[in-house]
Design a protein around this ligand. Structure first.
Ligand SMILES: [Ca+2]
Length: 159
């Protein structure tokens, strides 16, 4: 499968695909490095992670809030009406999320929806702390009836 790759030197991040190859893919605002790319061949996949800090200076400081956005796609052209959603987590666990998961009723075939998660970075996080953030596909009925999590993993650097 081929797909267009946006070449922006200032935004490009080196990522490893599941088969071990590397691809230059764009990282969104506030993203340090993309570690794992969500597989676009899967039925539900994630792209376009970005983090915008509350005061807009481009750095996420201790105690500051930020909005994480990510786009969920249906890639097979088949409506998925079983409350698909996205779950977010951080390692180390230094972000207090308003919601750690969010869902909606369904996603039509080939549709894309941007989702936003608000988080506050802990007060005691030192500057230049690397935080790994995982966003994963889930559903309201999970665990039990779970779609492939097909995660998108990236790092941010605290200010
Ligand atoms: Ca800031």
């Amino acid at each position: 499968m081929t797909r267009p790759v946006l070449i922006l030197a200032s935004l490009a991040a080196l990522a490893c695909n599941p088969d071990g190859s590397s691809t230059d893919i764009p990282a969104g605002p506030g993203i340090e490095e993309i570690l794992v790319e969500s597989d676009p061949a899967a039925r539900l996949y994630l792209t376009d992670a970005g983090v915008v800090d509350d005061d807009g200076d481009g750095g996420w400081s201790a105690g500051e809030g930020a909005a994480l956005t990510v786009t969920l796609h249906e890639g097979w052209g088949e409506d998925y009406m079983n409350y698909p959603g996205v779950a977010v987590s951080a390692s180390p666990d230094v972000i207090a999320w308003g919601l750690e998961e969010n869902w909606f009723y369904g996603i039509f075939g080939y549709e894309s929806y941007e989702m936003t998660f608000d988080g506050i970075l802990d007060e005691d996080v030192a500057p230049d702390t690397m935080v790994e953030i995982t966003v994963a596909v889930t559903s309201l009925g999970c665990p039990g009836d779970c779609p492939d999590p097909n995660p998108l993993v990236f790092t941010i650097l605290s200010e």
